[in-house]
Structure formats: C-alpha cells, structure tokens
Write a protein that binds this ligand. Structure first.
Ligand SMILES: [Cu+2]
Length: 255
C-alpha cells in the first residue's frame, strides 16, 4: 500500500478514515491500470494477428471464442465488488455516521473570496445569534454583537485556528459569496461550500501538525491563492488557546 500511495503522489494521511479511502482509491487505480494494459495488449495482438499479409480475405463471422464475454463479466464483477464491498460500506461508516456534537469539536467554516474563516461557540457552548443582515467582510458569520451568547464566541478570520488531536471534528461549511470547496488534502475531506447552506462534514485528526485548507472549486480570479491554515494540537494546548481566544474579547471580527 505504501508503495502505491507514493506512486499516486498521495499526501500522508492524517485522519482516521483516510486509510480506508486511500485503499479504495488504490484498488480502483489498479483495476483501471490492468484494464488499460489488457485492452491495449488485446488491440496490439489483434492488429498484428489479423494483418493483411496473413489474412487477405476478411472473416465475416468474427470471434468464435467467448473469452471477451467472460472478460467483460469478470470486469463488471470486480467493479461491483469495489462498489458494494468497499465504497458503500466506507461511505456508511466514515461519511454518513456522524459523531454526537457533544463529543466533537464543532466549528462553523465560512468561505469567502478568497479566504477561510472559522467560528467556535466559545466556552459557554452556545452559538451567538447570527443573521445575514449583520454579515460583512469583517463579520462573515453575521454575529449579532448585541447578543449575550455571542460575547464569548471565537472567530478566526483569515487566520490559523486550532483543533485537538484524536477527537472528532464537525465542520459546518458555508460560503458568503460564491460556491467554494473546503478541501483538507491530508484529512481526505472535500465538501462544497454553498451560499445559504450549512453542510456538515466530520473527521478525526490523528496527527499533530500544521495543515492547509485549499479551495477545490474555481471561485474567482484569486482562487489559486485561497488558502487557510489550521493546526492540530494536543488537547491541553487547544484548551489553553481556546480560553485565551475567548478571553481576548471573543466574537472577534465585529466591533
Ligand atoms: Cu474558493
């Protein structure tokens, strides 16, 4: 597997479900590679075997063996196995089954041309009131500064945010302008960010380190520069950062 990961230039996995996804990706590529080689070999053999000098007269019946039928059935069976035996169970286990919010780090993510912003409910665990009428480039989450629940909310606007390692993360993805796509290559997470919608995704980071968020949807002239950063840290470091952020005037971003 390690060999094939390198062959496909896959980033080192840093989430719990990433390994299964990579395995599926590798199996699909192996099947496609063998089909490519197989069909190409068949083509070359057919062209050579039936060349004009040995077959001056066309054969009007054609192939008499059933080999190609069996080969087609074999390929369809392997594809069925990949879909029903690997892809569907992986989706059910790693994508469909959400962790409980109380056991997870819940973050709202807002894409904007051309940056990523994060919003945490703060130590009280309650999201401040949000309304689109308050939304602006300095307040992308539309937080109501008059709401008591918003006072300790933490917003990281165009800046690095932290996530604790070994704990489920739920990101609720949205966009304040056009369609973006929240992509965490090393976490094997990709989800479109659609204006007016909040779409949740979840993953469990397994390695501390610095990670990049990219945008995987062509979203404007500076799309290629649309990056975000987050850091996966030990729980203690996260708690310290979280408390400091909340204390430093929470809700940041709006005055
Ligand atoms: Cu974008």
């Amino acid at each position: 597997m390690e060999f094939f990961s390198k062959l496909l230039f896959l980033h080192e996995v840093a989430s719990s479900h990433g390994k299964g996804l990579d395995e599926l990706l590798i199996y699909v590529h192996l099947l496609m590679a063998s089909l490519f080689v197989g069909w190409l070999a068949f083509f070359v053999i057919a062209v050579f075997k039936h060349r004009r000098s040995v077959n001056p007269k066309a054969d009007y019946v054609g192939a008499r063996s059933h080999f190609s039928t069996y080969a087609e059935i074999g390929v369809a069976a392997i594809e069925g196995l990949l879909l029903l035996g690997f892809a569907v169970p992986l989706w059910a286990k790693s994508v469909d089954k959400f962790p409980e919010e109380k056991d997870a780090t819940v973050i709202q993510i807002m894409g904007q041309q051309f940056a990523w912003n994060a919003h945490y409910a703060g130590p009280d665990g309650k999201w401040g009131k949000q309304d689109v009428k308050f939304a602006s480039s300095t307040n992308p989450f539309g937080l109501d500064s008059g709401d008591a629940g918003a006072k300790d909310d933490i917003t990281c606007l165009r800046e690095k945010f932290l996530i604790p390692v070994g704990k489920e993360v739920i990101c609720k993805i949205s966009s304040m302008d056009v369609i973006h796509c929240f992509k965490l290559p090393r976490m094997r997470v990709t989800q479109d960010a659609i204006p007016g919608m909040s779409i949740p995704v979840h993953f469990k980071p397994t390695k501390v380190g610095d990670y990049t968020i990219t945008c995987a949807q062509l979203c404007g002239n500076l799309h290629s520069t649309m990056r975000g950063e987050f850091k996966v840290v030990e729980q203690a470091e996260f708690d310290k950062w979280f408390a400091e952020k909340a204390k430093a005037g929470g809700g940041g971003g709006f005055e």
